[in-house]
Design a protein around this ligand. Structure first.
Ligand SMILES: Nc1ncnc2c1ncn2[C@@H]1O[C@H](COP(=O)(O)OP(=O)(O)OP(=O)(O)O)[C@@H](O)[C@H]1O
Ligand SMILES: Nc1ncnc2c1ncn2[C@@H]1O[C@H](COP(=O)(O)OP(=O)(O)OP(=O)(O)O)[C@@H](O)[C@H]1O
Ligand SMILES: [Mg+2]
Ligand SMILES: [Mg+2]
Lengths: 228, 228
């Protein structure tokens, strides 16, 4: 499904060049549930942005379902994201002055979903993350953890093939974190959705079937989670 | 030092009114180290914003060093924040297109600190959070955890009397989280800085001397941490 071949990402040039990613090789099959871990600044979000077709490598190739994403133009990449990918950003990226419900309807509007069905799907997604009583609140009228949950719901509302979640439980208390992880597990096991999730918490990573650990822009280890 | 008396915060009116805080009474002495905990949406950030003089209660009073903050005008509140308070926001609130170093110099510019001294203090604060090699990166060129650490450094750079930190380790891996908590402990024990910190992680809260737990806008418990 997803294949990174010898991918590097370099910011800046010469003396001040930063290798955010260095010769990354990783392959993810449909239906997998992968946790990406590693210290702050080790390259996790950079890789997620490339996998989510939001950014391009400096060198190397990224194949999404066999398609070389580097060979697509902007519109084709946008179409790919819209139809196959749900992305939960580390910084949420919600529209602050738009309501929770409208934030969820946006990806559906882009897909041409009719209004009645859009509203229904958005309400269901919001209910899944426990925020039915906050439908009309704007993003700036929500707590940090509530905004995070709206961002999660937005990634699921289009029923994508693969969900990329960059630290989706960072602002949630323990009970809500586990609720969200149970939700991801259900989507993965019952609907076959591929999940790639960044976390720095071991008990969140415990839900995943495979652990990829980063260190200084490289993959330090890639192992199956045998404790599941 | 800090005293909330029967403080409530209500958003909206009538049917859609939300009591973010309900009859809060809490007193914090100089030199304390308090952890604020509780589920997502339970009122923690709302209380922090009132304590940090960024927001006002709907009813009740807030006394900072004996001064009724509600009786101050905007400029007087800004002066209070500038001179006594360091605030780490749950959403960081850095200037995205400004370098890490410049973000740190901003509070010092407001205090009229001379340029040479400003630069020196900013560099030292950045070193304390392990980001000396990222001085010239703009906030948008930093990872999530690096941005969080710049936000922490900015709260310390003016050597305030009290630091309010709203989930300061949410985006940090375990090793860096403990480094930051050791830093807070040192500031508290060696310099007597009062620390009020929101977290939803028990092993982060373990560094604090007192635990205040929120539930639905009320304080459910307020206990000393005897395990320290
Ligand atoms: N401007 C606003 N208008 C309406 N409701 C609001 C507004 N700001 C906050 N709220 C509500 O007040 C409640 C408390 O919010 P607060 O941000 O204090 O929670 P929190 O404990 O910090 O949560 P988290 O752990 O998720 O950050 C939430 O239920 C939120 O929806
Ligand atoms: N636009 C940029 N210009 C220069 N350097 C950058 C840029 N964006 C990211 N970096 C650097 O690339 C490295 C990797 O960043 P990345 O965001 O992938 O880390 P991360 O593993 O997600 O960290 P965190 O856990 O803190 O979110 C960091 O050291 C960061 O400073
Ligand atoms: Mg990141
Ligand atoms: Mg909060």
């Amino acid at each position: 499904l997803l294949r990174l071949i010898n991918v590097s990402k370099i910011y800046g040039t010469g003396e001040s060049a930063v290798a955010a990613l260095s010769h990354i090789n990783v392959s993810i099959q449909p239906g997998e549930f992968v946790a990406i871990m590693g210290p702050s600044g080790s390259g996790k979000s950079t890789m997620m942005n490339i996998l989510g077709c939001l950014d391009a490598p400096t060198t190397g190739h990224y194949y999404f379902r066999g398609v070389d994403v580097g060979s697509l133009d902007r519109d084709q990449r946008a179409l790919l994201r819209r139809n196959f990918i749900g992305f939960v950003f580390q910084g949420f990226n919600l529209l602050k002055r738009t309501s929770a419900l409208e934030n969820l309807e946006l990806p559906l509007i882009y897909r041409g979903t009719p209004r009645g069905e859009r509203h229904e799907l958005a309400r269901k997604a919001l209910a899944l993350v426990g925020l039915s009583d906050r439908e009309t609140h704007t993003a700036s009228e929500l707590s940090g953890g509530q905004q995070q949950r709206v961002a999660i719901a937005r990634a699921l509302v289009t029923k994508p093939d693969v969900i990329f979640a960059d630290e989706p439980t960072g602002n949630l208390d323990s009970a809500k974190s586990h609720e969200i992880m149970e939700l991801f597990r259900t989507l993965n096991e019952e609907q076959g959705i591929t999940i790639v999730l960044v976390t720095h918490e071991e008990d969140i990573a415990a839900y995943a079937k495979r652990h990829v650990r980063f260190m200084d822009g490289r993959i330090a280890s890639d192992t199956l989670n045998v404790q599941r």
